[in-house]
Design a protein around this ligand. Sequence first.
Ligand SMILES: [Zn+2]
Length: 100
Amino acid sequence: MKLVFSKENRFEVIAMRSFLESHGVPSVLKNEFTSSVMGEVPFFETWPEIWVADEMFQQAEQLVAQVQSEIVDTDDWLCSGCKEENPSTFEICWCCGGER
Ligand SMILES: [Zn+2]
């Protein structure tokens, strides 16, 4: 088994896991409920993790990368020319007209 994805937000991990499964990559969820065992704060935070079989790892990694690049695409971007922030829908900078 290999670790393919881990995130502090459990819901993101669960969403990622169902995305992988919908693409034919079965996975195992680890550390799903670790944050409040017996009401104690754990010594170090353990994030939920998605593990996949070795032979599925490459495919799973590509799917994770695909999701993460889509997330980036919907984000605002910084102009490299003038450092102004632009909405994701803008193809050129509103401030200086520089390309994205
Ligand atoms: Zn600019």
